[in-house]
Design a protein around this ligand. Sequence first.
Ligand code: PHE
Ligand code: FE
Length: 287
Amino acid sequence: MEVSAVPPKGVGADWTVPQHWESYTPAEHAVWDSLFARQARVLQDRVTPAFLQGLDILRLSRPGIPDFAELNERLAGATGWQVVAVPGLVPEPVFFEHLANRRFVAGRFIRAADQLDYLEEPDVFHDIFGHVPLLANPTFADYMQAYGEGGRRATRLGMIDALARLYWYTVEFGLVRDGDGLKLYGAGIVSSYGESVFALDDPSPHRLGFDLERVMRTRYRIDDYQQNYFVIDSFEDLLAQTRDVDFGPLYERIRVMKDIEVAELLASDRIIHRGTQAYAHAKQMSA
Ligand code: PHE
Ligand code: FE
């Protein structure tokens, strides 16, 4: 997506803007409420318990689009994170700098009532409902900060694309093991009604054990449901495999390796569910 290199007029040097909570209309608050009700229902037995705890700690079940100032008081108390509003997508280095300082950037606009399932850019429902509950979890909160710090380094090394895949397959589309079963935690999944069902219940996508190098080599699609999901054991394990690992040698190794295609399987994969890929194939036929 196109991101301008300098902040637009009236936007701060750090790209933040006031949320202007008082200017949301009743119709906009009502869109939040209907999205919230639908997701609360579908996620009840599908999402990681840490997410539901986050909703509770942050009182996100109260009606209406959250006021960031109020949300930030609770978030600060839980993990020291803050939410800041931005006008849209921001350049990667700006994004990393905010994360490294425990600030999560969020869009302030909300989708239209007749577009509940279609989004060209992340809106306040995706950014707040999808991402912020887990920022109240101390382990996940530390992962997000470490990711921002890792982003500075990846920028210097020219490896942003590899690091972005890690974000995609964990923060946005991650699954986590839960006893013998799986649970959702990725924000791109939990803010989408269709994908909340698809990612966990549909036979189509591959579900593979998380492997850092594998993930950083794997392409992803931004136009439809994922064709593979990666499953972590726990947030503690994700943190141990990322914050406490030097990505330098890893970057040097994968720099010269081929990308892995979206639905490709490798002999070394830990296959939790081998997908039929029926959904993606049917889509392709009708295209
Ligand atoms: N340890 C990583 C590095 O050496 C930084 C990082 C931490 C990246 C957590 C992603 C997530 O670059
Ligand atoms: Fe997101």
